[in-house]
Design a protein around this ligand. Sequence first.
Ligand code: MEV
Length: 387
Amino acid sequence: MEKKTSAYSGFHKLLIKERLKVLSDFCDLSYETIQIFEDLATLAPERLVAIGENPISNYELPLRLVNYFQINKKWLYVPIAVEEASVVAGACYASKVCGEVSAKVDKSKSYVVGQVQLIEVTDPEKAKNTILENKRYLLDKANEKHNFSRAYDLEVKEFNLPLGKTLVVNLFIDPGDAMGTAVASEMGEVIAPELTKLTGYLYNARIISNYSGRLTWAEVRIPLDRLARETKTDDNKTMRWSGEEVRDRILWLYQWAEEDPDRAVTHNKGIMNGVDGVALATGNDWRAVEIANARYAQRTGQYKPLSKWYSEGDFLVGELEMLIPCGIVGGEIKRFPKAEKIIKEVLKVRSADELAEIMAGIGLVQNYAALSMLATIGISKGHRPFR
Ligand code: MEV
């Protein structure tokens, strides 16, 4: 019998129905399965087609709201797209306990990096000097076709590879209100031939470095009396933790994460539960947020928690610092009407910095939800909605 393969030239030109038929023949799908793909496609076929590349349906995630959330003097219902109900139950509980979040993007440390690689470099020193002497010219070239984003600096790095020497030009870009992925590669594409003209070396890749984003800080200051918790055990006994007990247990948990990268990863997962959900709901690239912070958490040489928790007088204080690559224009946002409405009409953010602040704020609150649950009632109980 001839082996079935997925080699199908022109697959992208098929109608959705035809593509489903091909899949059905290949996987021996039942009529019922096909119905699930068709009936649960909430986007009309024309819109699915417009979204592009081989759609057969759209994938549904619940869009949930976090209430009680206050940030920088603003009350919000924050939309989160996430499969896990307990993430949002946790965020609602924690928003109520944490109270107002303060958050700020550090403009001086927020940028997108566009990278251009030069290969087969024989005299890196000379090429590096030539590039730096022509910095202003290269920056002006990069900015020629961009009104809302601006390349403002560049650096040159040298690496010795098994194949030979390579030079990498890092272009530092203020992406305005875009996330900056397209801008970074477009600017790289414009300066790459110029670099070749100046140095005589071949250019290779022109691409964003995903170690980019808006460096965003968020803080909560929680009065001890708000921390107290209680729960009923399965045999109906009441367990109680005072504010001081909850604080101390959270500090034990956080300080463990500072020393043990295996725990720090899980600590940061709690933060990303919230941040990724908002990234998804707003049409942002959550993989970019994940990967930027995987490196950011490692910036001292050891993988660390992205947040800090400490005691100050009668308060438990939580601070979070992370990279938020996000935008409110460009990218995929326009193709997803819900994302656009969430940005403009639900969150009513006027800048990408404001969105980054909300994302970091939700991350911190989500972190508190996880720590307070683990330090008291435990995850099995905590993963049921706990209010
Ligand atoms: C589960 O999705 C997230 C937690 O594991 C985070 C943590 O352990 O801090 C609860």
